[in-house]
Design a protein around this ligand. Structure first.
Ligand SMILES: Nc1ncnc2c1ncn2[C@@H]1O[C@H](COP(=O)(O)OP(=O)(O)O)[C@@H](O)[C@H]1O
Ligand SMILES: [Mg+2]
Length: 251
């Protein structure tokens, strides 16, 4: 089954066609990668899918529903979570608190009610704390729950970001360059965590520059160049695609 379907998507910034007639689907349970040189339109594509940007033309369907034009929080509530190219964790908050923020967005009480500290929200707060600890445990950083998140190593910060995104209980997780700034060991760990997340039944759409990671964990790859899709297929086919090789050698 196709979970996400992007069809004839366009985003123009003035005369610049950042995303130009891009179409592809993401199958439920897959890890799909979007690759391409800097400026190819990968982050813009993510911003269109998550509602941060409005498309110039085209459609985004999620679970068969047209979500193009919905607000970011509506799209998150529908089941699409993301992480950012530059890690965006809250300063002066522990790893656990960062994940709890993600969970609050999901919970019945929400921030305002929990501020009032009503008895039933206190119970809710404990549930949020427990669930957030579970997620830190899943991402193998529970030992660092009480450490200020931004003081952790980059690889660990990525894991906290993953946990915070998973707190929304998404069906689809968008990861924008999760290995950016990581060393080879941390990159391998992040790859393992992404595969573990997929093992939970969560579909993953991944933008990534690290080709060994992409080739290792992806079921399928879409290649963008100057806003256009120039190739799509399984990793071995993409590796041997002459046009893809040309684009990368030219970078
Ligand atoms: N908000 C914006 N306004 C104007 N141009 C933008 C904006 N966001 C991205 N661009 C341009 O769109 C192109 C694609 O950018 P981006 O999606 O960030 O590429 P990638 O993530 O593949 O490196 C680039 O030329 C970039 O400068
Ligand atoms: Mg980008």
């Amino acid at each position: 089954m196709t979970l996400l379907n992007v069809s004839s998507l366009h985003k123009h910034f003035g005369g610049l066609h950042a995303v130009n007639d891009v179409s592809f689907g993401v199958e439920t349970g897959a890890i799909k990668a979007v690759i391409g040189p800097n400026g190819a339109g990968k982050t813009t594509l993510f911003n269109l899918i998550t509602g941060t940007l409005g498309a110039t033309a085209g459609k985004v369907r999620f679970r068969g529903e047209d979500i193009q034009g919905r607000r970011p929080h509506q799209i998150a509530a529908a089941g699409i979570a993301r992480t950012f190219q530059n890690i965006k964790l809250f300063h002066d908050m522990t790893a656990l608190e960062n994940v709890m923020v993600g969970r609050h967005l999901r919970s019945r009480a929400g921030f305002a009610a929990s501020m009032l500290n009503l008895p039933w929200t206190r119970k809710e707060e404990q549930k949020i704390r427990d669930k957030s600890m579970e997620l830190l445990d899943l991402l193998e950083i529970a030992d660092h729950a009480d450490v200020e998140a931004t003081s952790l190593a980059f690889g660990q910060q990525r894991a906290v970001e993953f946990a915070r995104a998973l707190a929304l209980e998404p069906r689809l997780l968008l990861l924008d360059e999760p290995a950016a700034g990581l060393n080879i060991y941390e990159t391998a760990e992040v790859g393992r965590l992404i595969t573990k997340i997929r093992g939970l039944g969560i579909t993953v759409l991944l933008v990534e520059h690290d080709m060994s990671l992409v080739m290792d964990i992806s079921d399928e790859i879409v290649v963008l160049s100057f806003g256009e899709k120039i190739a799509e297929g399984v990793p071995t086919a993409i590796q041997n695609n002459p046009e893809v090789i040309k684009v990368y050698l030219g970078e």
